[in-house]
Design a protein around this ligand. Structure first.
Ligand SMILES: Cc1cc2nc3c(=O)[nH]c(=O)nc-3n(C[C@H](O)[C@H](O)[C@H](O)COP(=O)(O)O)c2cc1C
Length: 391
């Protein structure tokens, strides 16, 4: 039996308050602080509580070199080693899920800190309605009392008279497009999105403008937006609700063939339930015609930027570029569009069969036909979208 420590392990000392009757009887607050060590290891789905004895034992294990000399260990220490194997922090060569997932972390070339952030900031079954309701119920004044005023909208570094004023451009069609971009929260559930608009949007945002092998073993794509290292790690997974000629269901978009890969057909009601769950209960998006999950295939970027502190940031930025391209593409077609980071990543992974360390959802976008009347709040610019509304 050979053992080593998992690839990455971050420990956090946390404090929680517990009720303490003895303190209350002594006339104190009745609350005691308990401090505990927690291990955050990205190959594990959940954080793990560690004792001081376990932490001490971990000092003796390397994350790279295997050890097989446990014979001389005292029985109580051997016991602690077994506990750590059970918790998945110590890895027994070739055995169990912890060993498999630890190999994925290493083979995908994750950098430790972003791997922890990625793994432990995912949501499962969260419904944001509750929090929304709290905001809605609070008057503006109470809201401000709690948070204080918002930071200024502009960071001014010099006085007004020392600023060099720049000329504004003569308006072009690009300005009209940029000015009419807005986040849509009112979709029309009575009319289907046309097949042509659906296909054009996917092509313009996610389709390959070119595909080439720049060196043997180095295939690249050219898309309408940039990507770190030209690697384009972002996959588009679709949840179709209401599109002419495409049944409700789950799909993957193939950027070179400009084709849909059907993954699972869903009936309309089940498709809607998926929408609700994936975007954490945000009702204003429920009627959207198509959801697009932006999922990063990490190994594609980390293959080049190995264990690189900036690589995770780069794949998130990639997703942001795709989102803005989708906004502009949909706006030009007169469609509504949105992006959200308030998503249930774990539910998305389950729905599409994604491994969180290999292919992780970073954001969800949606596009479709705008409703005729505005029910939900939008920041429609210049009164162009909803002439009757200030916001
Ligand atoms: C990264 C990111 C996450 C966002 N998440 C949400 C969200 O969870 N729910 C939502 O309704 N809008 C979301 N939005 C949209 C913003 O609320 C919107 O951009 C903002 O209100 C300004 O409106 P505009 O896009 O019409 O200019 C998000 C935007 C970005 C860039």
């Amino acid at each position: 039996m050979r053992i080593r420590r998992c690839a990455f392990l971050f420990v956090e000392l946390r404090e929680r308050k517990v009720f303490d009757l003895e303190r209350l009887l002594k006339g104190e607050t009745g609350l005691a602080n308990i401090r505990e060590w927690f291990a955050l290891a990205p190959h594990l789905e959940n954080e793990v509580r560690l004792s001081i004895e376990e932490l001490k034992i971990l000092e003796g294990f390397s994350p790279t070199d295997w050890t097989s000399h446990l014979g001389s260990m005292p029985a109580d220490e051997l016991n602690t080693v077994n506990q750590l194997i059970e918790k998945g922090i110590l890895i027994m060569e070739g055995s169990g899920e912890a060993s498999r997932m630890d190999a994925v972390v290493r083979d995908t070339h994750w950098c430790g800190l972003p791997a922890v952030m990625h793994r432990f900031t995912r949501w499962h079954g969260v419904n944001t309605n509750e929090e929304e309701r709290r905001f809605d119920e609070e008057t503006d004044q109470r809201f401000l009392e709690r948070l204080g005023s918002a930071p200024s909208v502009v960071q001014e570094r010099t006085s007004t008279d020392s600023r060099q004023k720049l000329p504004r451009p003569a308006p072009t069609s690009l300005d009209r497009l940029l000015s009419s971009r807005a986040t849509c929260r009112n979709f029309d559930n009575l009319h289907a999105l046309s097949y042509e608009d659906f296909a054009s949007t996917l092509y313009r945002v996610f389709g390959a403008r070119a595909a080439a092998e720049i060196a043997p073993g180095m295939p690249i794509l050219k898309r309408s937006c940039p990507s770190a290292g030209g690697l384009h790690p972002t996959e588009a997974y679709l949840l179709v609700q209401n599109v002419n000629g495409v049944g409700p269901g789950l799909y993957h978009y193939h950027p070179i063939d400009h084709a849909l890969e059907p993954l699972r057909a869903l009936d309309r009601q089940v498709a809607r339930e998926h929408v609700e769950r994936l975007i954490a209960g945000q009702q204003h998006f429920f009627d959207v015609h198509v959801l697009v999950v932006l999922a990063s295939r990490f190994h594609r970027t980390f293959w080049k930027y190995r264990n690189h502190a900036k690589a995770y940031r780069a794949v998130i930025l990639d997703a942001g570029h795709l989102s803005q391209t989708l906004y502009l593409t949909a706006t030009e077609l007169g469609l509504g569009v949105f992006v959200t980071a308030a998503v249930n990543e774990v539910d998305i992974e389950h729905a599409f069969g994604l491994d969180p360390l290999q292919e992780g959802p970073l954001a969800v976008c949606g596009f479709g036909v705008r409703a005729e009347a505005r029910q939900e709040l939008e920041f429609g610019p210049l009164g162009a979208l909803w002439p009757d509304a200030k916001r």
